[in-house]
Design a protein around this ligand. Structure first.
Ligand code: SAM
Length: 519
């Protein structure tokens, strides 16, 4: 595991650790809780130090009461983590609005983001450590205190924030969100600080030799059922599983897709200060993290899209078909990332894309994402092929099924999702996946191709779904080797005919791709 001394707290390699700027020791911890859980006023940084995010005396952006004196980045992280656990919020949606509301930018925003995402990713391990340090199950701790302790433990074990600052700032936070528990929080965090993360893992995890799944789950903070599914998809290779779990705990880079015909990846990389991608001809890796309001995005020349998603959409467009090639279908299009790329490719080849999305608000997102491209958006159920006159059987030349799935392939991007997903999610999802793939196989004309894609490497959602759907759909199909449809020389594509991409091998989300031809 990454130790405290070799990892910048802000998660931005090569920069001065953001957390060092937040190592304030509160001398006067006199603030009391207020209704609504907002921190109360009072100078909690008695040595005259003021955190960068501290804007005492200013009016809030909404003209409300004067701001309380708080270490705003830590409080922002607390609000985000609490919203995820209390309201089932998504960190990537809730955090930006909290940062905006608190007026946090630059390094302060980066520190709050690191604390939020890091705490959520490492939650399983942090909870095991807090349970041991508290001498009681972490689930029995009052939720606001529990979330504050999680953020404190994360600082102690995974950032360069000095231990005294991590402890005292967390005690301060607890004084605000769970008054009465400050002594408890102080004692628990001092216990946590007694070991580094490797020593805690050695102390708590079962031995790798006798229980590899249990060991890896605790050491790298993943639920056991997910570790087991990764190991199975990686052919039982525990070394690769370990590398994948480590990668899932890193902050992923932002990838842009330079829309073919509208932008060139090399020029776009120059324009945005990024670098061209390793594999996709359209990919640009963004250096600075958040894309913000880049002109290329606003003007529709590019969109944000993981390189793996670009590769699988491009593979569908690259698959050979005989005969007409003007009618393409995306059966699960929302929010429109792959439709954006396929639409741009269709425009260059004189083809037209029909993009189907069952959820109305997501269909509207597809419309926005494909504006100006030869794309018709249908807000309907993709399984209605043959019943809906807009979706005739045996009609389309190329069909994409980017099926709803557990999303276990993009855990890097959604830090809370590994704890929300359950094995019981699989049966209804795999049923829907099979029905959508069967509909796609009805929709494609003889000689045309279907790409079945998931952002999950779980074999039940990948190989089992494809095999079962192909067997039961009543339409004759052959597997097409998907490997030659990806860029030449791309390593680690396995034995075919399907392809599984991996974060630790390719730097992409773990996208699965199967290509089928209707015979
Ligand atoms: C994995 S996402 C697709 C992502 C999209 N292709 C992209 O690249 O942006 C799956 C989508 O399928 C949609 N969906 C679920 N069931 C559907 C159905 N029966 N028919 C059509 N779309 C469906 C979901 O609402 C979701 O937007």
């Amino acid at each position: 595991m990454t130790g405290r001394d070799d990892r910048p707290a802000g998660g931005v390699r090569g920069e001065r650790p953001v957390g060092e700027r937040h190592g304030f020791r509160p001398a006067d911890a006199s603030s009391a809780g207020r209704p609504g859980g907002r921190p109360a006023g009072g100078d909690r940084f008695g040595r005259g130090e003021r955190p960068t995010g501290d804007r005492r005396g200013e009016r809030t952006p909404r003209g409300g009461p004067r701001r309380p004196a708080v270490d705003l980045p830590r409080y922002a992280a607390y609000q985000a983590v609490a919203a995820v656990h209390r309201d089932d919020a998504y960190a990537n949606l809730v955090l930006p609005s909290i940062l905006r509301e608190e007026g946090l930018v630059g390094r302060d925003a980066a520190f709050a983001t690191e604390l939020t995402y890091g705490t959520l990713r490492h939650l399983g391990t942090l909870d095991a450590i807090l349970t041991a340090a508290a001498g009681r199950d972490v689930q029995r701790i009052d939720p606001p205190v529990r979330d504050a302790l999680r953020i404190g433990a994360y600082q102690l074990l995974h950032t360069r924030v000095p231990a005294h600052a991590a402890v005292s700032s967390t005690v301060d936070l607890v004084r605000t969100v769970g008054p009465g528990a400050t002594g408890f929080a102080n004692a628990v965090l001092r216990e946590v600080a007694g070991r580094d993360s490797e020593a805690w893992v050695a102390h708590l995890a079962p031995p790798m030799e006798t229980d590899p799944t249990g060991h890896l789950a605790l050491a790298y903070s993943h639920p056991q059922w997910i570790v087991r599914s990764f190991t199975e998809a990686l052919g039982g290779d525990l070394g690769e599983t370990t590398r994948l779990l480590i990668e899932n705990n890193e902050r992923p880079p932002v990838h842009l897709c330079a829309r073919p015909g509208l932008a060139d990846a090399v020029e776009l990389a120059d324009e945005v200060g990024g670098v061209p991608g390793a594999f996709s001809p359209y990919a640009v890796y963004l250096a600075g993290g958040a894309p913000g309001d880049l002109p290329a995005l606003a003007e529709g020349r590019a969109h944000v899209q993981d390189e793996g998603s670009q590769l699988v959409a491009d593979a569908l467009a690259a698959a050979p078909v005989e005969g007409p090639d003007g009618s393409w279908l995306d059966l699960c299009a929302g929010p429109g990332g792959k439709s954006g790329l396929l639409g741009a490719l269709a425009a260059r080849r004189g083809a037209r894309l029909t993009a189907v999305e069952v959820a109305e608000h997501r269909a509207r997102l597809v419309e926005q994402a494909t504006r100006g491209l030869p794309v018709t958006v249908l807000n309907t159920d993709g399984r209605s092929v043959g019943r809906d006159p807009s979706l005739p059987e045996a009609h389309f030349d190329r069909v994409l099924v980017d099926a709803p799935c557990t999303g276990l392939g993009s855990l890097r991007r959604r830090p809370e999702s590994r704890w929300r997903r359950q094995p019981s999610d699989l049966p209804p999802l795999t049923r829907l996946q099979r029905e959508l793939l069967a509909a796609a196989l009805r929709a494609v004309r003889p000689g045309g191709v279907v790409a079945y894609v998931t952002c999950s490497p779980h074999t039940v959602e990948t190989h089992v779904t494809v095999t079962e759907a192909a067997r039961r759909c009543g339409v004759p199909v052959d597997f097409v080797d998907a490997r030659p449809l990806l860029p030449a020389g791309m390593p680690g594509l396995g034995d075919g005919p399907t392809v599984q991409l991996w974060p630790h091998r390719h730097g992409t989300d773990a996208m699965f791709l199967a290509v089928l031809r209707r015979t």
